[in-house]
Design a protein around this ligand. Structure first.
Ligand SMILES: Nc1ncnc2c1ncn2[C@@H]1O[C@H](COP(=O)(O)OP(=O)(O)OP(=O)(O)O)[C@@H](O)[C@H]1O
Length: 219
């Protein structure tokens, strides 16, 4: 389904020195892979890899293929790919606390009626429809996380990228998020999850370790 081939990425450290983040990195997510965990120590580049998969970063060497087609490197081309196929759950959720749950989920959509219907359907999936009119600042951490998931799902993306999705949650809320992810996988969404959580890693079909600038498959 998606494939990164021979990716090399060099970043500049704050002191101006170049640092190789990825060197000849390969990644493949097949149609049969429901969920893949990306593990690795802090600073190894997990979030950077998700940004690259999301098309938010195009400053790398190598190839990114989706369904066998080479993706365009332009910002507009990657934005189209993202809009058609990718949902992103960011590490800090990036919700607007003074807006309602519904407003956060349908954010930025021009057609109000259709956008509202899609957002409500998405909230239904994460079982938060009842809180649609609630301001986000009144939510618990677990509820806010589900709003972030609903927003990522609003365009029914095949690929969902989740960056440390349960980092701020207690163990039982983490369990609820995992159940939700499993349900969403049954509906056809595929997940790539950057995580430090052994529980999440164990729940995934595959585990990849980001180490020494590349990915290695773990047993
Ligand atoms: N475009 C960039 N320019 C400069 N530095 C960058 C850039 N992108 C990432 N970095 C640096 O690359 C390193 C990897 O960051 P990243 O957030 O991807 O790691 P991570 O594995 O997700 O870490 P954590 O587990 O703590 O979230 C960090 O040192 C970060 O500051």
């Amino acid at each position: 389904m998606i494939q990164l081939t021979s990716i090399t990425k060099v970043i500049r450290e704050p002191n101006g020195h170049p640092r190789t983040l990825f060197a000849d990195l390969h990644f493949r997510l097949g149609d049969q892979d429901r969920s893949v965990a990306i593990l690795g120590r802090s600073g190894s580049g997990k979030s950077s890899l998700l940004r690259l998969l999301a098309g938010l970063d195009t400053a790398y060497r190598g190839e990114y293929l989706a369904d066998g087609m080479l993706l365009p490197r332009s910002a507009a081309g990657m934005a189209r790919h993202r809009a058609a196929a990718v949902g992103i759950i960011t590490q800090r959720y990036d919700l607007l606390p003074e807006r309602t749950v519904l407003q956060n989920v349908r954010l930025g959509r021009a057609d109000k009626q259709a956008a509202t219907e899609e957002a409500l359907r998405s909230l239904e999936l994460v079982r938060l429809r009842g809180l649609a009119a609630t301001r986000v600042r009144h939510l618990s951490g677990g509820e806010a996380q589900r709003v972030a998931i609903a927003r990522a799902l609003v365009k029914r993306p095949r690929l969902v990228l989740a960056d440390e999705p349960t980092g701020a949650l207690d163990a039982s809320t983490e369990g609820e998020v995992l159940e939700l992810f499993a349900r969403l996988q049954d509906l056809g969404h595929r997940f790539v999850i950057a995580t430090h959580s052994p529980t999440i890693a164990a729940s995934c079909d595959r585990r990849l370790l980001l180490q020494d600038n590349a990915l290695a498959e773990l047993p």
